[in-house]
Design a binder for this molecule. Sequence first.
Ligand SMILES: C[S@@+](CC[C@H](N)C(=O)[O-])C[C@H]1O[C@@H](n2cnc3c(N)ncnc32)[C@H](O)[C@@H]1O
Length: 383
Amino acid sequence: MTPAARLSAAIEILDRVLAGAPAEQVLTNWARASRFAGSGDRHAVRDLVYDALRCRRSFAALGGAETGRGLILGGLRSAGVEPETLFTGEGHAPAPLSSADIGQAPTGFAALDIPDWLASQMQQDMGDAFEAVAEALRHRAPVFLRANLARGSRDSAREALAEAGIEAEPHPLSPTALLVTAGARRVSASEPYTGGLVELQDAASQAVVDALPLADGMRVLDYCAGGGGKSLAMAARARVKLFAHDSDPRRMRDLPARAKRAGVKVEVLPGAPSGLFDLVLADAPCSGSGSWRRAPEGKWALTPERLQDLRNIQSEILDKASALVQPRGWFAYATCSLLNAENRDQIDAFLARTDKWSLQRELRLTPIDGADGFYLALLQRIT
Ligand SMILES: C[S@@+](CC[C@H](N)C(=O)[O-])C[C@H]1O[C@@H](n2cnc3c(N)ncnc32)[C@H](O)[C@@H]1O
């Protein structure tokens, strides 16, 4: 595909996403229907689509419309490229520019690509860091790997990756984190990955697991296990008896195979957990605001009503999951949110409705620290 034809494909895909279809699904359907597109084309179109979704407000202003065409035009202008050179109408190129394609420089929160209703809340929560965090969310996320200590050291993982043509360097957020600096697209087919020596996992998720007081022999419950990223990381840190639960068990369907590949044991619970645990982690559903670089559609889909729904679910999870911790045991509440409303405010409300807990530690990470934004509150049961 020519560079201009890739733009046309991205415009078509973005129009469907703006009409409400999930980007991942539209990209997959497009790739299946476009046999002429090679892997370089697919990656380039995907990058165009995700870059536009991260910067949807500012690109729409620069491109003159919140349409696929407007976003792609705005993206070119933002990168200092003259769109006329590509929007020629020749072959598979987008149609030439008209008076409808005139844009303007974005101002205020549009320039930061944050919805107005959320911006003041984020400003209040983050103070001086707000603009830098918003700016970070406008760019692609780095690719991180976790060296699986159940299979080898971070150094041995790094060497094996280099042999597979993947360059990675240690990252300060976690002793297991490797930042991929070259060859990221080779990871999933590489021997260190298929053999379980490394897992794809954001460095902030790894830092959250590092902060947990895990010790050999503990009974540990991952209450919101999902795909099991944190279950696997916990099981690799210590010889714990690890149980995975999720209200939607289908989300855990790949976990047994992933655990086998990683050389760790995780018991996937088919229903509600019973008994008491030494440590319960609740990695709760949230706005995902800390990971909007990876999943930018969430930034535009969040509404005050949806945030309130999430807060209600989080309160319920706090009550239910904490009830499964034995006396003197640990309860860890985590979100990949940057918003106090989902983080400290939830913990304050929880502590106000029970007297069994003492807050021992908090961890707050934002994309300025280099990885996703994450929040962790570590509480100990005192009675
Ligand atoms: C942030 S994701 C978990 C990600 C996972 N821990 C990881 O590291 O890969 C939140 C998960 O919570 C689950 N969930 C939502 N409501 C729940 C509830 N009331 N009880 C338990 N799990 C719930 C969702 O199905 C989702 O898989």
